[in-house]
Design a protein around this ligand. Structure first.
Ligand SMILES: Nc1ncnc2c1ncn2[C@@H]1O[C@H](COP(=O)(O)OP(=O)(O)O)[C@@H](O)[C@H]1O
Ligand SMILES: [Mg+2]
Length: 347
């Protein structure tokens, strides 16, 4: 008997289109000797639709159904995705996808699912909560202050100017995909940036701007946390003769990143520690800033990183010798392990 893998895609966040590409990438790579794939589309409005099923690798021309395709379909009660023994792979990004909300729904359904649980998902999605966790775990990060709606704004500007220097980044705590983020060069700009960010969230992160390379480490595992050699998100396309260069959504990646071994090791250790402190399970991509001065700052953990075949996370694993199809199978195994452990707590 084959196992059922349920792919959930679409969703309510700004990243819903990427989500469709990701699900198509996964459905083509799945090991069909092991799995039958069932897919469900979540519309922008949050309605669930049962879409295609695959018992073998679909033809490259096959696209998953989205808004047009579902026009004649009835939406489902979300609970109808339940299937005994099946594992859910939520290929959803951003709010309602990787912020713990849908993970809570899977818990209530009583189904195993790929990735981090409710608490780790919601904490990693929330930039201020992430900062607090990193602080308590002693992990190096850029200095910051906060502003919560209703607090004295002038006092917040004073505090930011006392602790940080321009440029300063201002971010809604809980959005993702760079929504509402801006860079301020002076006090007037800082105030404006805070007001802009307040359109998206009532809690605002105010952060020291750094001039840094952006380096990422992939994390895989439950208790036994594995990490990859880092990769770099290349901003300056001019300077390259790296071993491998990939392009995903116009982002260029260099894998492995050309950085000293000691820095790579420092990042891998920080990534592992952060994932552990968060109580992470399954996967995450851990993003760092690496400055000219040699400082390493952990920026964030993405609990549902880009996951197409050409995204950083799967490519980092490929560089370590773990293929995309095997990565998917491993994630399912990890999901089952977490589920079985949790089940054992109920009696
Ligand atoms: N403190 C900072 N200094 C310099 N650049 C930053 C800083 N914070 C964010 N950035 C830039 O903005 C991008 C998006 O910020 P990030 O915190 O990763 O939010 P998200 O990925 O959730 O949108 C980063 O990848 C980086 O290019
Ligand atoms: Mg980011």
């Amino acid at each position: 008997m084959k196992e059922t893998l349920i792919l959930l895609y679409g969703g309510r966040s700004a990243e819903r289109e990427v989500s469709v590409l990701t699900a198509e990438s996964v459905m083509r790579a799945v090991d069909y000797n092991r799995f039958t794939v069932k897919t469900y589309f979540i519309s922008r409005e949050g309605a669930f639709y049962k879409t295609q099923e695959f018992d073998q690798t679909p033809d490259v021309t096959v696209r998953l159904m989205t808004n047009d395709g579902i026009a004649d379909l009835e939406s489902l009660n979300p609970g109808a995705i339940y299937e005994e023994g099946a594992v859910i792979f939520p290929l959803l990004h951003g709010p309602m996808g990787e912020d713990g909300t849908i993970q809570g729904f899977f818990e209530i359904l009583g189904m195993p699912y790929v990735g981090t649980g409710v608490l780790a998902s919601s904490m990693a999605m929330d930039k201020i909560s992430t900062k607090r966790i990193l602080e308590s775990a002693g992990i190096s990060q850029v200095p910051y202050t906060t502003y919560f709606e209703g607090e004295n704004l002038a006092a917040a500007l004073d505090e930011a100017e006392a602790k940080l220097s321009y440029p300063i980044f201002v971010k809604p705590s809980n959005m993702g995909s760079s929504v509402g983020i801006s860079k301020a060069e002076n006090r007037a700009g800082l105030q404006e940036a805070i007001l802009e960010a307040l359109r998206y969230d009532s809690r605002i992160l105010i952060e020291q701007g750094v001039d840094a390379r952006e380096i990422e480490v992939a994390i895989l595992g439950n208790q036994d946390i594995q990490t990859t050699l880092p990769g770099e998100v290349v901003k300056d396309v001019a300077f390259y003769d790296y071993k491998a260069k990939y392009i995903d959504n116009k982002i260029e990646m260099a894998i492995p990143a050309q950085i000293p071994d000691s820095v790579a090791n420092e990042m891998r250790e920080a990534a592992r520690k952060a994932f552990h402190a968060l109580g992470g399970t399954g996967l995450s991509r851990c993003d760092f800033f690496y400055t000219k001065e040699g400082d390493v700052f952990l920026n964030e953990l993405n609990t549902m990183p880009g996951f197409t075949q050409w995204s950083m996370y799967p490519l980092l694993w490929k560089n370590m010798g773990l293929s995309y199809p095997d990565l998917i199978s491993t994630l399912v195994d990890l999901a089952k392990e977490v589920y079985e452990k949790r089940q054992a707590h109920f009696f």
